[in-house]
Ligand binder design. Sequence first.
Ligand code: AMP
Length: 187
Amino acid sequence: MDKITHPAICVFCGASFGTDPIYRETARALGAGIAAMGARMVFGGGSPGLMGEVAKAAREGGTSVEGILPSFLRDVEPPLAEGETTQIVDDLFVRKQMMIDRSDAFIVLPGGLGTYDEFFEVLTAAQLRVHAKHIVLVNVMGYFDALDALVRDTVKKGFASEAVLTLYSLADDAPAALAQVRKALAP
Ligand code: AMP
């Protein structure tokens, strides 16, 4: 499948819902938008929190959803009951590698420490040119302002190259994030 019209978009997000309903609404809008643009979705494979919301919305929109779930998380983060393909892998490291290998771009929704870990995993891999896939943070109500400020401060103080700032972008909402992905994938 060609990656311009049918890209595989990997979504990282919380296994919780967060305190504001807007996080859930944004997750649903993102899943629906991924399906509407003809993209496929790759994600961590669990059903709790925003992970389940985005996957359900993508599936309801009629696109294929691939979950990649480490075996030890099967009980803690069970996969959706239906409608997604779940690959069971040995550990978190294999999961992250497969998510990178199988995707054309990454979209990060609000989440917790696991989401930050996944963001930095793909950002540091891009920094080392292991891949050249764009990363978009969906900055719902400024959720990622502090993270962006941390990375910018790191650049300012000479511990990361300015080029790092070109590897990711911030979008205010799900449609803006998808527009940025489309732009990044355009020839
Ligand atoms: P969280 O953002 O903490 O709610 O977690 C979101 C997802 O990240 C969940 O599917 C977690 O299993 C996953 N996760 C948590 N810790 C890690 C880690 N060290 N490496 C990779 N994924 C993780």
